[in-house]
Ligand binder design. Sequence first.
Ligand code: ADP
Ligand code: MG
Length: 575
Amino acid sequence: MRKLLRFVKPYRLAIIIGSGLIFIQVILELLLPTLMGNIVDIGVAEGDMAYIFKTGGFMTLAASAVILLAVISIYLSSKVSMSFARDVRSEIFRKAESFSLNEFDRIGTPSLITRTTNDVTQVQQVVMMSLRILARAPMITVGSVIMAVYKNPRLSLIIVFILPIIILGVLIVTKKGVPLFRSIQIKIDRLNQILRENLMGVRVIRAFNRTDYEKKRFETANRDITDITIRVSRIMAVMMPAITLVLNFTIVAVIWYGAINIDRGVMQIGDLIAFIQYVIQSMFYLAMLSMIFIMISRASASATRINQVLDIEPEITDPENPEISDIKNGVIEFKNVTFSYHGAEKPALKDISFIAKPGEVTAIIGGTGSGKSTLINLIPRFYDVDSGSILIDGVDIRKMTQKTLRENIGFVPQKSVLFTGTVSGNIKHGKEDATDEEVRHAAEIAQAAEFVSNMGEGFDSVIAQGGTNVSGGQKQRLSIARALVRKPKIYLFDDSFSALDFKTDARLRSALEDETVESTLIIVSQRVSTVMDADQIIVLDGGTISGIGNHRELLKTSSVYREIVSSQLSEEEIA
Ligand code: ADP
Ligand code: MG
């Protein structure tokens, strides 16, 4: 919690002004009961109407001032806490943007979302309540006790008895409540995760008739949260009446002894009225104070979760003095690269070495899970290698900025991702200032122009959220167009032709050839027909290179390659 307070700092002026206003408010509030007592003791007792009106008028004025000050200070506290929340959210977002994929894997997307939204809201509420109560409550409590003692020291002994009881009660409630609060946040994560999985996998769930199972899963998680929230609320619900009860008993006791004192003539009625007011005020704000402490401990669970995100040192950072500011040729060299995912038992890639040259096509083939995507993802530095190095034009990719590196890469991921917007907007993701002509050209090469022109509004047609209104193959072609429009030095295609029919695949590759004569192409595929014309084919098997060469060479030297080939091509095609 304390660490997050740095986000409040920019608003200290508003806080100081607000606290000042609260201070004036408190003074006025402390004055009111005494004035009321005076009206009874002086005005009413002696029938002095002028005094009653004068003091009454002043009280009305003071009460109005209290209301006005309260409005201003509440406005300030809302403004500060909302700005605080906005700043924390954007800081989390900024941080998440700097994460490598490893860090996303570690925290998990659903949790990252809950932390940015729900957890921030928890903390924000506490900041707001603290600003309103934390300054006021101690001042009023202490002030009221002082005033009460001043009115009647002996009667004040009652307060001394009651306070420890209230404090003890608060401690018990806090101790029981805080662990529950912590688990609520974790349960929200879980609910969020199930919800996301369900929404994204809705087709699979329906197709496999898993609706009932998923419903149950969701309901269990949902009930979990409900149960625990009810338990928390029950504890909190007991607290308020309990405090009221203690307070009322106190007042009964005060009136009892007060009456005896008045009867003896050692206390005046007005003083008793004022005294009761002070007791109520001090107890009420003490209760509020205790609520704040409970809320703070609740929010500290959220604060910890927020700090976990903010404290992550992104693994992938830019060098302080980049060795180059632009990539000239785009020669990619892997030198004994070994890489494992966090927590994985064995490396996903082991001792990989090869060179991919401009103007050539380097193809990577291998079974599922052999490490093809992993290899591709290392080149734009989505992950950093464990040992060995990846060089571009002889410079380690860790010695250039991520911007330089990625600017020169046209990356087509295995899973095509489109964004909500138009077709041309999606293609322009590759190059923001691309002209219509460039967009059209890229689409033509990607074999997308035809279906785009059939889409009704052509390049201005709308892509629905997640690209659900285009087919898998169309999505792939738009992703390819997005990479092409950049005209980068390096193209990375991760199984990007898998959803295309053989004819489109072949047409696309021949169009690519003319377009990319000076670029380095790395093409991942499971299809022999896609890779067999490549200048160099790398056969991956279980994270290691089991063969490297062109189609003819590999047929002779690599048994793994022969196996793949014979499973896909007929005898004549092989020969
Ligand atoms: P391919 O693309 O050849 O099908 P991948 O490169 O995707 O294979 O995966 C290689 C291996 O790395 C697999 O065993 C897979 O389980 C593992 N792997 C892939 N992505 C991750 C990840 N984000 N975290 C942990 N392990 C992963
Ligand atoms: Mg893959």
